[in-house]
Design a protein. Structure first.
Length: 205
């Protein structure tokens, strides 16, 4: 079903909300359980080659050998997930991918990070609908431990998201954000920033 034109998966990829009464809604849950089966195999492995091979099956494309994933990693539907080169994903992350997630090259993702590309309307009468929002994490970004990236957010190149942040708005290139909701903390100007920062990187991330 997910390979057919104009399927419910195509609508989600294109940013269209799915009502609770959509006739194809059952396909979402069906595909998630099929994905979970592969995810469980991946999460039970400690072999980097096997992990990447199974992740490639989950997302439907070959994973570059420079990608490193420390399982467990939880994914509900992998076909709308794209992972670049030299990406590191630490333990216990959750990716809800129906709305689409793109992780570009050289991205670092800390433990227990959640990338959530789907949500629900606020109105109780409509809350059963599924609303997608593509997440884009640009090159060289660093997402700190326990951070949550909400639907529709772009994390800019070289940007840093502090540990525990909840990001609901786009993050500009070369900036550090943190807090709930995440707000601008500082600009990243160059290699000497860390030397001049009394907090040190481990205090934030």
């Amino acid at each position: 079903m997910d390979n057919l034109d104009n399927s419910i998966f195509d609508h989600l990829r294109n940013g269209n909300a799915i009502s609770s009464g959509d006739p194809q809604r059952a396909e979402l849950r069906k595909s998630s359980y099929a994905t979970i089966q592969l995810v469980q195999q991946m999460n039970s492995s400690a072999d980097p080659f096997t992990i990447n091979e199974l992740l490639g099956k989950i997302i439907g494309e070959k994973i570059d050998e420079t990608v490193a994933v420390f399982p467990p990693l939880y994914i509900n539907y992998g076909k709308h997930l794209s992972i670049g080169k030299n990406v590191f994903i630490n333990f216990d992350c959750t990716f809800l991918t129906l709305g689409g997630i793109v992780i570009e090259d050289n991205v670092l993702i800390g433990p227990k990070v959640s990338l959530l590309s789907e949500g629900h309307p606020l109105a109780p009468t409509e809350r059963g609908a599924l609303v997608p929002g593509k997440i884009l994490i640009k090159k060289n970004a660093w997402i700190g431990a326990n951070a949550i990236i909400l639907p529709g957010v772009t994390i800019g190149e070289n940007a840093v998201v502090a540990a525990g942040a909840v990001v609901s708005k786009n993050v500009e290139d070369n900036t550090v954000v943190g807090g709930v909701p995440a707000k601008f903390i500082k600009q990243i100007n160059g290699v000497d920033d860390e030397k001049n920062d009394n907090n040190g990187p481990d205090r934030l991330f």
